[in-house]
Design a protein around this ligand. Sequence first.
Ligand SMILES: C[S@@+](CC[C@H](N)C(=O)[O-])C[C@H]1O[C@@H](n2cnc3c(N)ncnc32)[C@H](O)[C@@H]1O
Ligand code: SF4
Length: 399
Amino acid sequence: MSNSRNHNPGAVVAAVSASEPRAKSGDMPAATDASIRHLYVHIPFCARICPYCAFYKDLLDRSQTWRFCEAILRELDQTRRSFVISPETIYFGGGTPTALTTAQLEFLLRGFRERLDLSFLEEWTIEANPGSVSMRKAALLRKLGVTRVSLGVQSWEDELLKLLGRDHNGRQAEESFRSLRAAGFSNINVDLMFGLPGQTIDQWKATLGTSVALQPEHVSAYCLTYEEDTEFFVRHASGEFRQDADGDAEFFDMAMSILENAGYEHYEISNYARPGFSSVHNRAYWLGEDYLGIGPSAVSTVDTRRWQNVCDYRIYIDRVLSAQSPRGPGETLTDEMKRMERIALTLRTRDGVSASDLKHFAPQTNEFIALDLLRESNGNFVLTRKGKALADSVAEAFL
Ligand SMILES: C[S@@+](CC[C@H](N)C(=O)[O-])C[C@H]1O[C@@H](n2cnc3c(N)ncnc32)[C@H](O)[C@@H]1O
Ligand code: SF4
């Protein structure tokens, strides 16, 4: 079972190493009049590195964070020279954006507000780790226009949080959630993980129950993946941790049942929302809309061009502050590549894949319908409940 933790779909492009040649002007798409409606900003700092995490991140170094914030605004200025940006969504992801101080977040958010026309903004999300959102920080974020917070709870069980190397316990996560509510946030997501080594179905049931009791507007429930270059990957490869596909399917089924019974719509394999609270930003990715990424490792896709910024924040800062581009070489997306990506992403959503994208796959779709893995709905092909648990295998048949 795989997830779509694609707050910025970096996994779809090859990582740009720090030693790659600098972006030449020819690597960038020509300036365009079409406005960009989705902006992703990557803040790589974390107070502690979790042993399962493969996102681009680095240990928080307070001597670098102010220069980093200056570089982010400078890159935004560079980008505005090439593109008209009129955001409907902004997503500050990481890493841990809330690892920055309140003053640094204020500098960044005010910088964005001064530089961008936010009259079309529908959603401004920030990722937060429990323990890094004080009441003052939460109030500031709300005051400066952030509308949605994604809180990385993972589990409410202290024993599992310890295994995950988290620097918070369940009680602190609950306090953070309540601080966000008290600061006026009416759109909060809670990230949870299942399929963890040693996690029991009763623990998962309890975690789902505690989450529902707190009434977040949105829940993301991710099955643990053993990502390469992580400590968990090594422990899995050595046989210490084992993956159990049947167990994962049981956890997934329980999440669907409990969350749907509590009024959440299962609108994407890993995502559940109260009506009206699905993530606008993620939806834009899934539908293949253009987006710009700011910050180290951030990916951008505009029309047929896709590129990724350098994956090293020190090199990123040096380049941007010396007026050079932080962009890697990039690639051109063919219609076929875009169609494949659209199939892989939309198959996982409640609305499913358009019949036109699957027109060359009639034998496969018919077989999946016969197996009760797919169904037709409004001209689209949508995974059934049984199909959701086998989403990866279904997707593979089309790719
Ligand atoms: C960008 S990450 C982390 C955001 C934030 N720094 C945190 O740790 O709470 C977003 C989410 O991806 C999920 N995640 C990260 N690594 C994962 C993995 N290896 N398997 C499954 N989910 C993962 C976690 O639920 C995490 O909250
Ligand atoms: S899971 Fe979050 S806090 Fe942990 S290392 Fe990854 S980005 Fe940082």
